[in-house]
Design a protein around this ligand. Structure first.
Ligand code: BG6
Length: 307
């Protein structure tokens, strides 16, 4: 990103937040950030990738998101940690030459399109809503076929929604994920509650593996828990390492939940994972994987909410 681009992005962000007391624009050596601070929580979103990097609920002051000590903030590499937005494909895409892993919106600048504040009777902001759009939809730009909006709500909880609308006259297929890296104290102690049924194991390409009744992580893990029927109802999951550190997660509009931890050997091969980083993170991702077809005029609405 050139300095000229930064200033255009910064100017656009400054003007979009002018009337909102809970929003601040911050330019640091790591990039351009939208900081959110209201009476319930604070959060920080990098405009590069609309990538949420921090969410701290005021009720306990605990950071819910993990960022790698070796994350690269070079405005071209997706940030390792926080909440990458994977769209319009999840993982690899063999149909396109040199397709970036997890799509092309997590490594481009986004714009804040709209915001809204909800106040209580004392005038305190209790909810901040931000609506963001990527600056380019790549192959979906001309003719305009898909429309993507990310909605972020910051309150006692954090809620991220991806809305994909098919504006074309053709059927379009999309896979995606809200790829959250949750901060945990110790991977060896963590238990995932609420994930049942079977999963596809990406590591050995096996299907129909049964979810463990006591779901712990003791090795490299890369699993897609597919829902038998596409969920219209919410799915509640929680992560706990000990009684003191619980994260509640709610998914809706997904057809799968992904669980990922690279463990020791894979981490060593990744330039943006520091040694031992895998011990304090666990990805729980709301996903549309495998991909789903959107008919003309149809919408896909994928949500992850956590606190
Ligand atoms: C997970 C995938 O969602 O993301 C893994 O299931 C992948 O297979 C991981 O390794 C990290 O992907 P990336 O592109 O951010 O290194």
């Amino acid at each position: 990103m050139t300095n000229a681009n930064i200033s255009i992005d910064e100017q656009a962000l400054q003007s979009a937040i002018q009337t909102f007391t809970s929003l601040t624009c911050r330019l640091s050596s790591d990039g351009l950030y939208l900081d959110i601070s209201n009476s319930k929580a604070s959060a920080s979103l990098s405009m590069f990738g609309a990538h949420l990097c921090s969410f701290i609920a005021n009720k306990d002051g605990r950071e819910r998101l993990w960022i790698s000590d070796s994350a690269m903030f070079d405005a071209s590499t997706p940030i390792r940690g926080g909440v990458p937005i994977c769209w319009p494909w999840f993982g690899a895409n063999n149909k396109i030459n040199d397709a970036p892993s997890h799509g092309f919106v997590r490594n481009q600048m986004w714009r804040l399109n709209q915001a809204k504040e909800v106040k209580d009777e004392n005038g305190e902001v209790v909810e901040t809503h931000c609506y963001l759009k990527p600056t380019s939809l790549g192959m979906f730009s001309t003719p305009a076929t898909l429309n993507l909006t990310l909605m972020l709500k910051v309150s006692t909880y954090c809620e991220i929604t991806l809305i994909t609308e098919n504006q074309s006259s053709q059927r379009v297929e999309v896979s995606q994920a809200i790829h959250s890296y949750f901060a945990i104290e110790d991977i060896n102690q963590v238990v995932i509650n609420g994930l049942h049924g079977t999963y596809y194991n990406k590591l050995d390409n096996t299907h129909n593996n049964v979810s463990p009744s006591l779901y712990t992580i003791k090795q490299e893990t890369d699993r897609v828990h597919q829902r038998a029927v596409k969920s219209v109802t919410d799915e509640r999951i929680s992560l706990s390492d000990g009684d003191k550190n619980i994260i509640n997660i709610l998914h809706s509009g997904h057809n799968s939940t992904v669980v990922w931890n690279p463990w020791i050997e894979k981490s060593a091969k990744m330039k943006d994972m520091s040694e031992g980083g895998y011990k304090t993170m666990l990805c729980i991702e709301a996903a549309t994987e495998p991909r789903e077809a959107l008919l003309p005029g149809q919408k896909l609405v994928l949500t992850q909410k956590f606190d």
